[in-house]
Every structure is written in C-alpha cells, then in structure tokens.
Design a protein around this ligand. Sequence first.
Ligand code: PGA
Length: 286
Amino acid sequence: MRSRRKTGDKTSTEASDAASVGGLEGGSRSRPLICGNWKMHHNHFEAIQNVQKLAYALSSEDHQHVEVCVHPPFTDLRSVQTVLQSDDIPIALGAQDCHSSDAGAFTGEVSAAMLAKLDVTYVIVGHSERRGLFGESSEVVNAKARAVMRHGMTPIVCVGETLEQRRAGQAREVVSQQIAASLSGLDAAAVVGSVLAYEPVWAIGTGETATPGDAQDMCAHARAEVAQGWGSRAAEGLRILYGGSVKPFNAADLMEQPDIDGALVGGASLDAAEFARIVNHRLYAA
Ligand code: PGA
C-alpha cells in the first residue's frame, strides 16, 4: 500500500478516483471519519445535552478537516436528529445496529428502513459486542450491511480478533475471514461505498490500544484483502477506521497511519469535550 499523509495532500483526481468505483462514491479518505459509538449510554435528555456541547466544542475548521458522526441509542435518535437539523449542526447521525429485514414480526428490532426515515447516515454492523454477546455471524452482518445500503445509508462493518486469536497468531486469518463473509456477494461499488472498522476485541473498553504500528499493520492487511477480493481501486477508495481505546492522547498517532482513515470511539465519545479533542487531534499532533 502506498503511504500518504492524512489531510488534504491528494490531488483532486487522485481523491475522486480513489473514492469512486462503478459510479458509486465512497467518502474521501483524505478527510478522516470520526464516529462516537455511545453504546447503551445517555437517555434522550442527556443525548441532547451531549450533542449540543459537542457542537459548541467543534469549530468550522474541525468540520472542514474531519467528518464527525455520533451513534446514540435508538431511543435518542429522533431527539438528536431534531437538534442537528434545527441548529444546522454539521454532525452526521449514526445508528449502532439494525435488523436485516425492512419490517416483520421481530419483537424489539429496528429496521434500516426506519433509520433512513430519521436521516441516519451511518449504521454500525457487526460490532464485536453484537458478534460476541448476541451471537451475530458474519452472514448476519452481511445481510444487515445490505439492508443499510438498500436504504441509501452507509454501513460501518466491524471486524477484529480476540486476544486468544491474536495470541494464537490467528489475527490476520480471522480478519480475512470476517471481511470475506461480511462483504460477501457485494460488488466493488458497494464495497467502496462502505466503511470498514478494524477493532481488535482486546482493545475495546480495556484501555489497551493497539500500537499505531500494529493498528496500521492490520488495517493494511484488511485493505490488501479487499484488494484481492474486489480490486485495487475499491481497496484504495475504501475508508478503514481503527477502534479500540482511542483517546485524545493517542488519536493523532493513530490517524497519521497511512491505512487508517478515521476512528470508531466508544468510551471517550461519551464526554463531549473529550470526544472533541479526538476530533481535533491534528491540533495536538507533534
Ligand atoms: P472503546 O470502544 O473506545 O471504549 O474501546 C470502541 C468501540 O467499541 O467501538
């Protein structure tokens, strides 16, 4: 993989070539995507406050350099959507999961069709907590990613190995298999229009971060897998995020890596000020 600087050094031709395959535009890799996954935190009152604080903490320059998305719980989506729209705040709205069917007898589930009506842009699918705690296979993740795209939104497809798998030297193989199965049957245009998130399970919520070198190595591996399956143009255009204990102090080093195009942030996204310091990580870079 070629190495590159993270912000704004691509020519416009390079950028548009990289982001478009078969007419479907992916996001630009030169502008990092930083997503805050709130998980099961913040009721809708707290969500409104949090997003207002975040909007206040971010400057127009931050938004110019970084695409920011928040992923509140389902019950908060309508409230956050209203705040973002009425105050014209350039933060994207994301969801944490969805069902693969558009409607049906699936008690407790929420469809991608419903999320699209709330102006959701990004939907996380296959988070390791869904895979591990709720038994989601890569086949289910694949069906969810398809549902998200069917409704005009972008799936953030998560992959990543457990500590046991890493210790057993299986990290690459596990990630390769998850990518192959989660993106199975999609064409190159659909792949480049998605976002991949490499999240080593051992680094999630543990305070253990993969070193920037390890994270880069695995994200480069993921990109190489995509190149093999869907071609080099899809691989070059695909945005790959790193997730797992991203904090203000390590964000700049991680974001500088050539194959890391953004971050999926859990714990550190719950506090607006802390999350804002991750978004404007370039100000803290050495
Ligand atoms: P963390 O979570 O930042 O709290 O490690 C990341 C994630 O689960 O996406």
